[in-house]
Design a protein around this ligand. Structure first.
Ligand code: GLV
Ligand code: MN
Ligand code: MN
Length: 421
């Protein structure tokens, strides 16, 4: 056991308090979930809550032009490059209270623990949260961290619109997070992100912690399907151009494509959005807006799977007499994390007698963007209920969160004492 330990109760209370913001009761399960879609009013409130906690911990807060927030703690050698700890506080519309928040509030808990112990690290520390990690509102995930690391231009990010036509720039301004700082980030010394696994693996293997080896590739499409809306009772089946049937065929193809194993055993494919217009019981759907989410740790396989679905869109368009257009809204490759930082995480877990294993991330994370700038790795915390996430049932226990934050503390201390610029 290391000499220092975070205060698990304080961390868990902080997660609960942030989880109150944007809380809603799920009408089917009766469970309380969280809805803080990026740059919504609730996200603004959540952001202000976290910024207030950062300031109360004595950190200097900066907001950049894409709304990323950086809270800096001085180092003994304050000109040295900082160790950055971060994640996100935006959520999907049906979230729990842990996704992203654990990394941000876990970072803040590390700072509080160091404050109490009277420890000033050699390097400065920066606790960060990034804008629209989820991509659930403006369609592109890891948006803020992608702008901070130069993958997406600020102007392109600002121009993105949600389904109501509202822009990222306008919404940043509305909630008071259109900051002044230029978004391109100076490379930190290292980046660490503590996050819930969001899957069943660690819990099933009775592990306390995951050392994340990398993030699998992600590819998103938004499809517009145009057919012809017509009377459901009078229009012969042979005369229909049914956008709903075309969407259904694409969705079934996704399932068959994965089951075929043609693109490896690890391919995942999901149609998460199906919006039919006009959406009436007695009208053949004339338009559909749907999404496709493809993921694989094998980039070549992901590329071939993408080509497969694109060809299938054309075949289904011809078969169903509809037009199908698609737009690629996200594409990130498999990103491996830095072996040296993985080694520090594994060593810290071992020193605390925590059972741990290497694990690849199925979800996207800001860490994959930061890894272009500096040595980066992630700590995964197991989840109950098969690790369910993006769901109000999402739950990691106090002990699980505390273990993750303790290892975050240990690795932060190790990296922050490293010599050099
Ligand atoms: C982000 O949570 C994603 O992987 O979709
Ligand atoms: Mn997340
Ligand atoms: Mn998420």
């Amino acid at each position: 056991m290391s000499a220092r330990a975070v205060n698990g109760e304080r961390l868990y209370a902080a997660l609960a308090a942030l989880g109150e913001i944007g809380a809603y009761t799920d009408e089917h399960s009766g469970l309380v979930g969280v809805n803080r879609l990026a740059l919504s009013t609730a996200d603004g409130e959540g952001r202000r809550h976290v910024v207030a906690a950062m300031r109360a911990a004595g950190l200097a807060v900066t907001v950049d032009q894409i709304g990323n927030v950086y809270a800096r703690r001085r180092g003994r050698d304050d000109g040295a490059r900082p160790v950055m700890l971060g994640s996100h506080v935006d959520s999907v519309a049906t979230a729990g209270r842990f996704d992203g928040c654990l990394g941000v509030l876990g970072g803040l808990e590390v700072v509080r623990t160091l404050d109490e112990a009277g420890v000033t690290t050699r390097r400065p520390l920066v606790i960060a949260f990034f804008t629209e990690e989820e991509g659930a509102r403006f369609g592109t995930d890891m948006l803020g961290s992608a702008v901070a690391t130069g993958r997406i231009a600020l102007a392109d990010a600002w121009a993105l619109r949600d389904r109501a036509g509202l822009t990222v720039q306008g919404e940043l301004e509305r909630i008071g997070f259109l900051g002044q700082a230029p978004p391109l980030l100076e490379p930190p010394h290292a980046y660490l992100e503590c996050h819930i696994e969001q899957g069943p693996t660690l819990r099933a293997a009775e592990q306390d912690l995951g050392v994340v080896t990398g993030v699998q590739g992600i590819c998103w499409h938004e499809l517009g399907i145009i057919g012809k809306s017509a009377h459901a009772g009078t229009t012969p089946m042979s005369l229909r151009a049914d956008a709903g049937v075309a969407a259904a065929r694409i969705n079934v193809h996704l399932r068959d494509m994965v089951a075929s194993g043609r693109y490896g055993a690890d391919l995942r494919a999901t149609m998460g959005v199906v919006a039919l217009h006009p959406g009436l019981v007695n009208v053949v759907p004339g338009r559909a807006t749907v999404s496709v989410d493809l993921r694989s740790p094998d980039d070549a396989a992901l590329e071939r799977a993408e080509a497969d679905v694109v060809q299938r869109y054309a075949e289904i368009a011809a078969l169903e007499h509809v037009q199908i257009t698609h737009r690629r809204t996200a594409r990130t490759p498999y990103v491996p994390f830095e072996p040296r930082v993985q080694g520090l995480i594994a060593a810290a877990a071992g020193a605390r007698s925590l059972r741990h294993q290497r694990i690849i991330s199925g979800a996207g994370h800001d860490a994959q963007e930061l890894s272009r700038l500096c040595p980066t790795a992630m700590i995964f915390v197991p989840g109950e209920h098969d690790g369910i996430s993006h769901n109000p049932r999402e739950l990691s226990t106090l002990a699980q969160c505390q273990n993750g934050a303790n290892v975050l503390l240990d690795v932060t201390l190790a990296l922050a004492e490293e010599p050099g610029a």
